[in-house]
Structure formats: C-alpha cells, structure tokens
Design a binder for this molecule. Structure first.
Ligand code: BYC
Length: 309
C-alpha cells in the first residue's frame, strides 16, 4: 500500500472509533505527537506530586496525612503508567526522564508555583484535580489504546483526589475567619495558573488541529476551559468565595463564559523554565534521580547476571 492509502485506512479506523494499538501502522506525526503529549503528561504527574508532597509532614491531622500520602503516591503511579504507555511508541523511559531533567521537556504550568499554606494543598486537590478530570475524562475516549486505557485508571483515582480536596476545603470554609481567609488567599493566587491549565487559547494552540483530527484530543483547549468554569464556578461561589476576576460572566444566550484573559506571556515564561518554582522542582527531581542511581545500577547488574547464568 502507498503511504496515502495507509493514511486513509488509518483515518478511517479512527473515524469508526477503533483504537490504534502499538504494532499498528501510524503516521510519524501521530507517533511523535503522542510521545510529546503523553511524556509531558507523565512529567506533570511526577513533578505535580512535589507541591503537595512537601506538605505531608505538616498535614493538620493524621487522617489528612494518610489521605495526602495516598494521593501523592497515586500521582507518582500515574506518571509510571504514562511513561509505560509512551514507551509503546518507541521511546525509552530513560530518554523521557533525561528530557525532563535537562529541561528539554516541559510539564504543566501549574506546578511551577509555590504551595504556601495548607489551603493551597486543599485547593490543588479540589480545583487542579478538578481541571485535570475535565481534561482527562476526554482523553480516555482518545484513539491510542494504551493512553486511553491508562486514563481509565487515572480518572478513577482522580475522582478520589477531587473528593479529598473538596472535603478539606469544606472543613476550612466551615472553620474560623482566618481559615476562610486562607482559602480565599489560595484562590486568589491559583486562579490564573488554573485558567491556563487547559492550554493556550484555541487561536494560539499549535498542536490542536492535528491532535483533534486524529482524536488524540477530543475537545479544544477553550472548550475544556469553558467546561471547567461551568462545573466549578457555581461551587466556588456557593462557598462565599470571591473569584479574582471581575469580568467573569456566564451568558445564558450562548451558554458561554467570558473572562479576563490570563497573562499568556507569563504562561510562556513559566512553561519554558521561568516560573517561581521551576528551578526548585527540577532540582528536587535531579536529586531524587541521583539518589536512586545505585538501585538502577544494582537492578541492571542483577538482570545482566541473570541472563549470563
Ligand atoms: N502547561 O498546542 P497546544 C495532574 C504547551 S497532571 C505547560 O495547545 P496541546 C496532577 C504545549 O505543550 C495532568 N505547557 O498543546 C498531578 C505546547 O508546547 P510544546 C496534566 C502547556 O498539547 C499532580 C504549547 O503550550 N494534564 O493533573 O495541543 C497533582 C502550545 O499548546 C500547557 C495533562 O498533561 C500547560 N498547561 O494541548 C495534581 C493532560 N498547555 O509542547 C494534579 C494531557 C499547553 O509544543 N495534555 N502547553 O513545546 C493535554 O491534554 C494537552 O497537551 C494540553 C495542551 C491540553 C495540556
């Protein structure tokens, strides 16, 4: 078959809703686009464990500590599942980790900001995991089998993350005035990074057109942002919290939100390494990677000797 015929057959399979599996023919740009997106997603899970992970020793109660440990462990597990899904496309885990540690690969903008108080931890669990669920429940309908299947497990666990974050917010909002003020302060700082979480505006999105055509993405960045607002703004307001955007408005006629655009120059700076916490986050990962070197070397030696025996 010619390349054009192979492409037509590949696209027809996607149109019929079939999953593409690792050994199947796929266009090179489908493969490389998936590697970029899945590995970036994996890095986000691994780095995303850090802001909350740092709060484990300071969790206010034993129950919160146990819950947070479980959540952070889940996030790292998501990273491992996603690295495994990306490996089926012909890249090794070592290559992906090297890209992360050398700053060649990027990860979600939101994890380059500090988690200053316990309310930040609660808010991350509620709204960042909430935004992630909006995104990931679409990705599980995606065309690449291993990524879509990893998403099933991940979405299931994200549901628990969201509930524990919401529960922590409920407790703080039913608490003292200073606890409520702490949540408001966290919301003021996290609102704009969260508004950027679903990616740049559709008109500035580089990869969307191709990824949508091949059903790697199911919704556009703007559609996901709208869905997040529809789901969460009423809940945020129901707590009596104030969203730090005076322009935020829902329009009944169009069923759409209008809002102040976040600072997209800041977004670009942050994802390219210029955020307040980029250096620290990567520094922690590099240290962890170095500390684990002896384990990797011991395992390699074990496998080599096992083969030789
Ligand atoms: N942050 O063409 P576009 C979690 C980049 S972790 C950083 O629209 P695309 C959690 C984009 O890569 C789950 N960079 O891209 C963990 C591209 O740059 P490059 C995180 C971003 O791929 C622990 C450029 O901007 N979720 O939930 O079509 C604790 C142009 O963008 C971001 C995922 O990873 C961003 N926010 O669409 C708690 C979901 N947005 O690569 C929670 C999987 C865009 O050309 N990923 N960029 O240099 C996706 O769904 C899509 O990749 C995106 C972006 C919607 C994020």
């Amino acid at each position: 078959m010619t390349d054009d015929e192979l492409l037509a057959r590949f696209e027809a399979r996607i149109d019929r809703g079939e999953k593409i599996e690792p050994g199947d023919w796929m266009p090179e740009r489908y493969r490389s686009g998936l590697i970029r997106m899945i590995s970036q997603h994996a890095h986000s899970e691994i780095i995303g464990a850090l802001p909350e992970g740092a709060w484990i020793p300071y969790a206010p109660t034993l129950k919160r500590k146990m819950t947070l440990i479980a959540k952070v462990q889940d996030e790292v597990g998501h990273g491992q599942m996603l690295y495994r899904a990306a490996e089926t496309l012909g890249i090794t885990r070592e290559e992906m980790i090297d890209q992360l540690l050398t700053g060649k690969a990027t990860y979600s903008n939101v994890f380059n900001y500090p988690a200053e108080t316990w309310a930040d931890v609660a808010l991350i669990g509620w709204l960042i995991d909430g935004a992630a669920i909006v995104n990931q429940t679409k990705l599980l309908l995606g065309s690449y089998g291993p990524y879509a299947r990893a998403m099933e497990r991940i979405c299931f666990e994200e549901g628990f993350h969201l509930k524990q974050g919401y529960d922590a917010i409920c407790v703080l909002m039913a608490g003292t005035p200073s606890q409520r003020a702490m949540v408001q302060d966290a919301l003021n700082r996290w609102w704009w990074p969260i508004m950027m979480f679903q990616g740049p505006r559709d008109k500035d999105s580089v990869h969307s057109a191709e990824l949508l055509r091949w059903k790697v993405k199911i919704k556009t960045n703007d559609e996901l942002r709208q869905e997040f607002l529809t789901k969460f703004v009423p809940k945020i307001l129901a707590f009596g919290l104030v969203i730090p955007d005076p322009e935020l408005r829902f329009h009944e006629e169009t069923k759409e939100w209008t809002f102040t655009e976040p600072d997209w120059d800041e977004f670009k700076r942050v994802i390219r390494g210029g955020g307040p916490m980029n250096k620290e986050r990567l520094g922690v990962r590099r240290l962890a990677h170095e500390s684990g070197r002896w384990v990797r070397e011991a395992l390699d030696a074990f496998v080599r000797e096992g083969r030789a025996a």
